[in-house]
Write a protein that binds this ligand. Structure first.
Ligand code: BEZ
Length: 221
């Protein structure tokens, strides 16, 4: 189990883009590393389509994507054609590597197996994991969904946007925050520091306690 803030373990594996040495491949970018149960399965086909639609814009922002699946590379390559066709992705190259974990070594290492999940070939399906890893290779976010339930890639995009802005500025983002909306100033900045850090303005919301912790500012650029 990888814990938030720890360096995400390095690994080496085959992928649809050749042999991949994970830390070298991340190479100082942000990385969204996803895992899904199996190639040629319906829910995964929809998820990979959603991820492929997001990938080019995220890459332009310095965020790479990769996916792990327990099938061999040749299977991934054939499945990519189905993903493209089903999700109307056209004939462009698939925008991120799909890593092969045939021995399930990575699935075990990253605690992605629930023994009660639906079974493929008499083995439990691996879970749907999302790890967001910072440019310093430390784990910044982790999500684990069961095989039965597809992820919401709009939410993955939303949390990625939050991680990008909160890594750069002393802000935090509220429930349902969307890119472009106001952020909260982190509670540990004094009023003077907050006014200096956010020249676009800091609005203090008054609450019955009289405590001045609800301070909003336009999303910093
Ligand atoms: C899927 O459609 O992706 C799926 C279905 C059953 C178990 C695991 C995955």
């Amino acid at each position: 189990m990888v814990v938030l803030g720890e360096v995400f373990p390095n690994f080496e594996a085959d992928s649809t883009e050749g042999r991949l040495k994970f830390h070298d491949w991340v190479g100082g970018s942000w990385c969204i590393l996803m895992a899904h149960p199996s190639d040629f399965t319906p829910v995964c086909t929809t998820e990979m389509g959603a991820a492929a639609k997001l990938a080019p814009a995220l890459l332009r922002r310095g965020v790479k994507m990769a996916c792990i699946s327990c099938d061999p590379v040749e299977s991934h390559k054939a499945w990519i054609e189905d993903i493209k066709a089903y999700n109307g992705l056209g004939s462009n190259a698939f925008p991120f590597p799909i890593i092969s974990d045939e021995t399930r070594q990575l699935a075990k290492k990253f605690s992605m197996i629930d023994p009660n999940e639906p079974r493929f070939d008499n083995k439990p399906a691996t879970a749907r994991a999302v790890f967001i890893i910072g440019p310093d290779l430390r784990l910044r976010l982790s999500m684990l969904y069961p095989g039965t339930t597809g992820r919401n890639f709009a939410e993955i995009q939303r949390v990625m946007e939050s991680l990008l802005v909160t890594a750069k500025h002393k802000v935090v983002t509220p429930e349902q925050w969307q890119v472009g909306e106001k952020c909260f100033v982190v509670p540990f900045l004094s009023a003077t520091e907050a006014n200096q850090a956010f020249p676009a303005g800091v609005h203090v919301h008054s609450v019955p306690s009289g405590k001045e912790y609800l301070r909003t500012t336009p999303m910093p650029k």
